[in-house]
Design a protein around this ligand. Structure first.
Ligand SMILES: Nc1ncnc2c1ncn2[C@@H]1O[C@H](COP(=O)(O)OP(=O)(O)O)[C@@H](O)[C@H]1O
Ligand SMILES: [Mg+2]
Length: 399
């Protein structure tokens, strides 16, 4: 037997595994790294997170990714080079984390790498019937494995698409294992660059569960900040938005979009929700004199309103528990609006389940890698839209 396969077999046979989960979303803020110990698999999965951090991307990294990020036309050579370069950078970040944490790479069983999304193209975006759903994450797993010496599971989204999904969101799989409850409906809300929800109805009503993107999370607000205040990445604590007034005409035009009206589940990205989207809405509103602060206040409400519109119908007779994660949970204006408009729901921290909300997405990929190696696809419900019953991820060996 090939020694790599033998090692993988041994890892799969162990009662528990040490897995580094990685997530780098569309915000391009950094690489989330979570060191997880995962015992068991499927509904018996138990997780302990011993270390986590976000390694911020430096200006050069952001600049290079932005040369291709969510652009329809790009330099193909650049993508070819970035695929390896991003992996090497990520590997260096992981190696540095391990050094800081005083942990040897031989103590890690697996890396679960999401990769850096550079384009997400569901059919609803491109409308080309001849083609299906598409998505592209770069930062190749082979380079990660060689440069860290750790078996790497990567590129999770392609299997989802191959099996009939849109490739996003994938959070539902881990959410289902870690957060479903018998006596209460649960929503997991993640406000990253794009916001998404997983709905887990109570009493094992798995036929009703779903996971869907909702609309822009932070991406439009971040883009506006970066355009107006070069060098500033986001509206820290909604300081700029607080100084503005919501412009109802602009808000109405921002909300007037086919994606937002389409039924759940669905997926999207900055390919749709970008500064051109904002510019068009400003033009349609004939708001040429609008202040920076008013635009920011309106974008803030736009994000919050799309979330309220998606979650409101899920508040039924049962109590709805909402767990919020992602950087947008630190935006007080968004959170205040959600709390005062989703009455009937209670807000909780994923810390209640021993998962820090800042690292939840990275942990979810560690869970997917654990399922890829040690799980059974029957763990998950079958036949749900955008939730194919498959194990995801490609395996890269370090030698
Ligand atoms: N204190 C804060 N105030 C407002 N926004 C914040 C704050 N902290 C983080 N954010 C937002 O969260 C974003 C990062 O969120 P994250 O969950 O990492 O998204 P992604 O998964 O797309 O990388 C930042 O770009 C910023 O918009
Ligand atoms: Mg991030």
């Amino acid at each position: 037997m090939n020694k790599n396969v033998k090692q993988l077999y041994n890892i799969a046979s162990k009662p528990s595994r040490t897995i580094i989960g990685l997530m780098s979303g569309t915000s391009l803020d950094g690489l989330d790294v979570a060191l997880c110990n995962i015992t068991g698999n499927g509904v018996n999965t138990k997780i302990t997170i011993s270390e986590y951090t976000t390694v911020s991307y430096d200006d050069d990294f952001k600049k290079e990714i932005k040369t291709v990020f969510s652009k329809e036309e790009v330099n193909l050579q650049k993508i070819c080079l970035l695929n390896e370069w991003v992996a090497k950078k990520h590997a260096a970040m992981i190696n540095k984390c391990l050094l800081d944490w005083k942990i040897n790479s031989t103590d890690i069983d697996l890396i679960a790498s999401h990769g850096q999304t550079i384009y997400h193209a569901p059919l609803s975006l491109h409308g080309l019937e001849k083609f299906g759903n598409g998505t592209l994450q770069i930062g190749d797993g082979d380079h990660l494995a060689i440069n860290t010496g750790i078996i790497t599971i990567s590129d999770f989204r392609q299997k989802h698409i191959a099996a009939g999904g849109e490739g996003a969101p994938l959070a539902a799989y881990g959410d289902y294992l870690m957060f479903k409850e018998e006596n209460c409906d649960v929503v997991l809300l993640n406000i990253g660059g794009i916001s998404n929800i997983t709905y887990l109805p109570c009493k094992q009503q798995t036929h009703l569960m779903f996971s869907s993107d909702i609309g822009p999370g932070n991406t439009l607000m971040d883009g506006w900040m970066q355009q107006i205040f070069p060098g500033i990445f986001y509206d820290n604590d909604a300081a700029v938005a607080r100084r503005g007034t919501i412009n109802e005409v602009l808000l109405k035009n921002l909300l007037d979009n086919d994606f937002l009206k389409a039924a759940l589940p669905k997926s999207t990205g900055p390919e749709l929700f970008n500064q051109i989207y904002l510019k068009k809405a400003i033009e349609t509103s004939a708001m040429f004199e609008i202040t920076t602060e008013d635009v920011m206040a309106t974008l803030n409400r736009f994000t919050a309103q799309t979330i309220v519109d998606a979650i409101q119908p899920l508040i039924k007779f049962n109590t709805l528990k909402i767990y919020v994660s992602g950087g947008g949970m630190h935006n007080p204006m968004i959170m205040d609006y959600l709390k005062s408009n989703l009455t009937g729901a209670t807000f909780h921290s994923t810390n209640e389940k021993n998962i820090n909300p800042d690292t939840k997405e990275a942990v979810l990929f560690a869970i997917l890698a654990n399922e890829c190696i040690a799980g059974q696809i029957e763990t998950f419900p079958n036949g749900l839209k955008n939730f194919p019953q498959v194990s995801m991820g490609k395996i890269s060996f370090p030698s």
